[in-house]
Design a protein around this ligand. Sequence first.
Ligand SMILES: Nc1ncnc2c1ncn2[C@@H]1O[C@H](COP(=O)(O)OS(=O)(=O)O)[C@@H](OP(=O)(O)O)[C@H]1O
Length: 205
Amino acid sequence: MEKTPSYFVTNHAPKRIHSMAKDIKLIIVVRNPVTRAISDYTQTLSKKPEIPTFEVLAFKNRTLGLIDASWSALRIGIYALHLESWMQYFPLSQMHFVSGERLIVDPAGEMAKVQDFLGLKRIVTDKHFYFNKTKGFPCLKKPEDSSTPRCLGKSKGRTHPKIDPDVIRRLHKFYKPFNMMFYQMTGQNFEWELEEDGVSHSSQD
Ligand SMILES: Nc1ncnc2c1ncn2[C@@H]1O[C@H](COP(=O)(O)OS(=O)(=O)O)[C@@H](OP(=O)(O)O)[C@H]1O
């Protein structure tokens, strides 16, 4: 198994991976592209606090409402575009899409689907997860022993900066047609249009 989020958005990755192992099973975790962009920005901000605000980076021209789709934080969320290049090499039956939102609210349910896709017994179940109130996210435990439960590190589940709601609305509008295309391609409705503010879970500290 190998995990690298940037494979999904790297042009030459599908061809190279196909020539390495054409029967490979691909798992793609996707979340609302607006929240994803803010999460991406939050990560960069933690390393480079001097960067411009999200609102500035998101537009080529804010007065005209021209979104900067070349900004990587935004471009990565155009999932339909990236999926198209993977579909040139792999059938959909070799791909499994995990909803990032469902993974937080129902980790065992999402893991059941992953295990089924991989043809594995359902070893990981709800017994392996508990909701950690301090972290604000599910964490892992081993039901078979009393070893310390494990949450993801501090860089996962950070508090996002507050973004101008008007910018959030414009971004939702920008992504809508691409999301629709993505739902059609995958046959899965991720229901990102139901999220009004695009703000995801964040830690409570
Ligand atoms: N259980 C649990 N604990 C903590 N965080 C969780 C969990 N499940 C999903 N998430 C969400 O995962 C987001 C971070 O994932 P990344 O994309 O940065 O991971 S990675 O790049 O693949 O390493 C991270 O995004 P941010 O909230 O923006 O930090 C979380 O929302």
